[in-house]
Design a protein around this ligand. Structure first.
Ligand code: F6P
Length: 327
């Protein structure tokens, strides 16, 4: 894999995340700056398998840094996880002479990149693009900051009506395997309780805490639940609370995909730009099969295998902060 790259492909894969367009823009413009040809692969690995590949120019990425979604579109492609699919994908890359790839996505997309590069020796650089922030080895992922701020804005609005009616609200945020959106949005909106997939949900403890608050006439309560919480999401939690505490006026709100859209925050635009730039520099320097992370405000280059194996861990201290501050 030591030969110099001349033509690179960029794709977005998995769930979209605000800031992906800023990352695409950075890859395209840094590549062109270095005299590389840059190709956009449409709909992630699906476009690689089907040969949906287009040449990108500097102007192809004009006026996109502020836009949510991804101009390259995205998908979760099962065919790429079959050997035959990857052979087709490789043939399509060869047709365009593509000899390096930048993959913007989450850990599933990195897993695909790793398998592909082992089989076909195309250097791959990953950029962590996921609202879930569930990739170990980087302090940030592209899209998390925007998504969590969208959740906070929505929860603040719900709090107004919740307060007016003295209600208990159970709000579900995204995060199938990860509680970071729940944790950050819950802490910053003063949630009484935050339920996340990384920790076993102790529903008895939730009910005891609510009963104690009821005794103190505190009827406005907010519980933030990650969709992947082991208890089964906001609806399940609400069902049990309604059964056990009929005096509580309980309402549920599932925020859903609103968290994936919208203009990326300044923070996401900046990290996406830095990471996109770094990815191309890595390909030029002959690095491969790594993803670009940011730790302590410095770029870090982590083997794709590490992203695949590890998950972020949420320490007990976070939960302690929630308990103390919501008492
Ligand atoms: O991209 C991550 C994520 O938003 C998860 O938090 C969520 O569980 C999942 O994607 C939803 O995926 P889909 O849009 O395919 O339903």
């Amino acid at each position: 894999m030591d030969k110099k790259v001349t033509k690179i492909g960029v794709l977005t894969s998995g769930g979209d995340a605000p800031g992906m367009n800023a990352a695409i823009r950075a890859v395209v413009r840094t590549g062109i700056y270095h005299g590389l040809e840059v190709f956009g692969i449409i709909r992630g690995y699906a476009g690689m398998v089907e040969g949906d590949i287009i040449k990108m120019e500097s102007k192809s990425v004009a006026n996109i840094i502020q836009r949510g979604g991804t101009i390259l579109k995205t998908s979760r492609c099962l065919e790429f996880f079959e050997k035959e699919g990857r052979i087709k994908a490789y043939e399509n890359l060869k047709k365009h002479g593509i000899d390096g790839l930048v993959i913007i996505g989450g850990d599933g997309s990195f897993r695909g990149a790793q398998i592909f590069t082992n089989e076909h020796e195309i250097p791959c650089i990953g950029l962590p693009g996921t609202i879930d922030k569930d990739i170990a080895g980087t302090d940030f992922t592209i899209g998390f900051d925007t998504a969590v701020n969208t959740a906070v804005e929505a929860i603040d609005k719900i709090r107004d009506t919740m307060d007016a009616h003295d209600r208990l609200f159970i709000i579900e945020v995204m995060g199938r395997d990860s509680g970071y959106i729940a944790l950050h949005s819950g802490i910053s909106t003063g949630a009484e309780n935050i339920l996340i997939p990384e920790r076993r949900t102790d529903i008895e403890a939730v009910i005891i805490a609510l009963t104690e608050k009821e005794r103190r006439q505190k009827l406005v309560n907010l519980i933030v639940v990650a969709e992947g919480d082991g208890f089964g999401g906001a609806d399940e939690v609400a069902k049990i609370i309604k059964e056990r505490m009929p005096s509580q006026e309980v309402r549920v709100c599932i925020l859903g995909h609103i968290q994936r859209g919208g203009a990326p925050s300044c923070f996401d635009r900046v990290i996406a730009s830095r990471m996109g730039y770094a990815a191309v520099e890595c390909l030029i320097d002959g690095r491969h099969n790594i993803f670009v992370g940011i730790l302590n405000n410095r770029m870090h280059y982590i083997p794709l295998t590490e992203a695949v194996k590890k998950k972020q861990r949420i320490s007990e201290e976070w939960m302690k902060i929630v308990r103390i501050l919501s008492s």
